[in-house]
Ligand binder design. Structure first.
Ligand code: RB5
Length: 149
């Protein structure tokens, strides 16, 4: 289950992303907003991140104007590794090397077709799982727990 959340600036990407998820036969939960009225992105980043951190949703895709504010908000929640992507290479490597569990996109930065490609690649790419990358991801999580030696 993928959680989708966005502010007014990210709303433009929602329908294209729903198309990709449907094409890939991946279930999703859209928690809003579905309005163009101005709203605060931290709220949406927080709500989506909570669902991922709790295990209720496997991964999350969040959208705001740039992808920046909503990703910063999501990354404040323990267990979240949220990446802002504007290109397919970063989307792929963020999964393979960093095991990201959330993706952020900017509705005022990437067009719908590029956003769809980024999402497809991000969803299809598994974590590499090799010792080197696993060690580094663990180090990130150790920082979060203040247990970095
Ligand atoms: C809202 O205008 C805008 O600031 C927001 O969508 C996002 O881009 C913030 O990082």
């Amino acid at each position: 289950m993928i959680v989708l959340a966005n502010d007014h600036g990210g709303l433009i990407l929602k329908q294209p992303l729903i198309e990709v998820l449907n094409e890939m036969d991946i279930p999703f939960r859209d928690i809003g907003t579905n309005s163009t009225e101005s709203t605060d992105y931290p709220l949406w980043g927080y709500k989506a991140a909570q669902l991922v951190a709790s295990g209720e949703c496997e991964r999350g895709i969040v959208m705001c104007g740039t992808g920046i504010g909503i990703s910063l908000s999501a990354n404040k929640i323990k267990g979240i590794r949220c990446v802002v992507c504007t290109d397919c290479y970063s989307a792929k490597l963020s999964r393979a090397h960093n095991d990201t569990n959330m993706l952020a996109l900017g509705g005022r930065v990437v067009g719908p077709d590029l956003a769809k490609m980024i999402v497809q690649i991000w969803l299809e790419t598994p974590f590499d799982g090799g010792e080197r990358h696993a060690r580094r991801v663990k180090m990130i999580m150790d920082i979060e727990r203040d247990q970095m030696l």
